[in-house]
Design a binder for this molecule. Structure first.
Ligand SMILES: [Zn+2]
Length: 399
């Protein structure tokens, strides 16, 4: 049984979907820029989960949205003088290419927010009918005071929520709001922005409602795992829970799994700071398996900082595995089973990929020394285990 650390209960919880496919939803990119190491670390984490579940014979249905209707999207498309749809298509194409290049499995569905706006209007109407939203001058806000549980996922105080709301562009000073933490469900479109009809006038949805609607439309409820970067816990995921409650969906999500941030040069890697390291830059220098070993060398709940030394270490590791695979060793069945069990135990314990790689390191050493002791092909075993972290190609000689 796989256990995952659940942000909501702050504890390890078993992932048990019974006989049906695991419903996995991960927040996707806002397509004006994509494919940096922070994105790769998040999607690598859920890729490992998907690979492990499928190796157990458990079907998974995975969905990752595209936030193509969003303030940042509109700002960048205007600044670059390119249509928002065209910008989204271009960036998504490059992003898919880069994630595919490091063997991140394709998702089953990648819905665009712009394709589901009528359903979002329906949700907002239902939230308003339930008395949890109000409209002012073409804007609609979720009234946080109507939901005492607001803040429970993040566990933040009102002051901390306010600070983060300000930092993350939620505009607590908007004079139309009844309370600073109320969040936008619908807003009027400015000229040149995409616009849809609604009972509150032509406009576009807020960011949070997009994920509530896309996830449930594609997967049904409850979602077994809802994932994303840990900078999405508040306000994005906190607000998703509120919206689901507003239309009577509870529980909305069984396990919330969040991935820590990747830093570079002393800061969180982010578009606004401009300190991004892109997967495609790394692939000009090292094989894809090295990038996967770099990512798998870090636990998804621990923030880390990318350094050249870290990349060098991942490349050394890849060569170690390739050397071990060339040794031509074979193992007794019982010993092979033991290595397999030790590696998988680490993955099943909250996706401990770094712990699993330490097992693989010792297996590699063993293969160099083992000779031909039994019927199990050592190189195939190593490749099979590394494939669970997307690095099966590490055992092949690099091109
Ligand atoms: Zn989302």
């Amino acid at each position: 049984m796989i256990r995952l650390f659940d942000t909501a209960s702050r504890s390890l919880q078993p992932l048990d979907a019974g006989d049906r496919a695991v419903r996995l939803y991960v927040c996707g990119i806002t397509p004006y820029d994509g494919g940096h190491l922070g994105h790769a670390f998040t999607y690598h984490t859920f890729d490992v989960l998907t690979r492990r579940l499928r190796s157990l014979g458990h079907p998974v249905r995975s969905v990752r949205n595209v936030t193509d209707v969003d303030d940042d999207m509109m700002r960048v498309s205007a600044a670059r003088g390119i249509g928002w749809r065209e910008l989204a298509d271009q960036v998504v194409r490059d992003f898919d290419r880069d994630m595919g290049a490091i063997d991140i499995l394709a998702v089953d569905a990648a819905p665009y927010a712009s394709q589901h706006v009528p359903a979002m209007v329906d949700w907002i109407s239902r939230i308003a009918d339930a008395g949890m939203a109000y409209a002012v001058d073409g804007w609609v806000y979720f009234e946080v005071a109507k939901l005492p549980a607001y803040g429970r996922l993040s566990g933040l105080s009102a002051e901390e929520m306010l600070r983060l709301a300000r930092e993350r562009g939620a505009d607590p000073d908007d004079p139309r709001k009844r309370a600073p933490l109320d969040f936008v469900l619908w807003q009027p479109s400015r000229s040149g922005e995409p616009s849809w009809a609604s009972p509150w006038g032509a406009g576009r949805p807020g960011w949070h409602i997009e994920c509530s609607v896309l996830s449930t439309a594609e997967l049904g409820t409850p979602l077994d795992v809802h994932g994303g970067g840990d900078d999405l816990i508040f306000p994005h995921h906190e607000s998703e829970i509120a919206q689901a409650a507003g239309v009577g969906i509870s529980p909305y999500v069984r396990l919330w799994v969040h991935v820590a941030m990747v830093g570079y040069q002393g800061e969180k890697m982010s578009k606004s700071l401009g300190n991004l390291v892109f997967v495609r830059q790394l692939l000009e220098r090292v094989p894809a398996a090295t990038v996967r070993l770099l990512l798998a060398g870090h636990h998804h709940r621990s923030a880390w900082e990318y350094t050249e030394a870290d990349l060098d270490g991942a490349e050394v590791r890849r060569r170690r595995y390739a050397t071990a695979a060339r040794a031509g060793a074979t193992l007794e069945g019982a010993e092979a089973g033991d290595w397999r069990a030790r590696f998988l135990a680490r993955i099943d314990d909250d996706l401990d990929a770094p712990g699993a790689l330490q097992v693989a390191d010792r297996l590699a050493d063993r293969l160099v020394a083992a000779g031909t002791a039994g019927p199990e092909d050592g190189a195939a075993l190593l490749a099979q285990l590394l494939d669970l972290v997307g690095a099966g190609s590490a055992v092949q000689p690099a091109p």
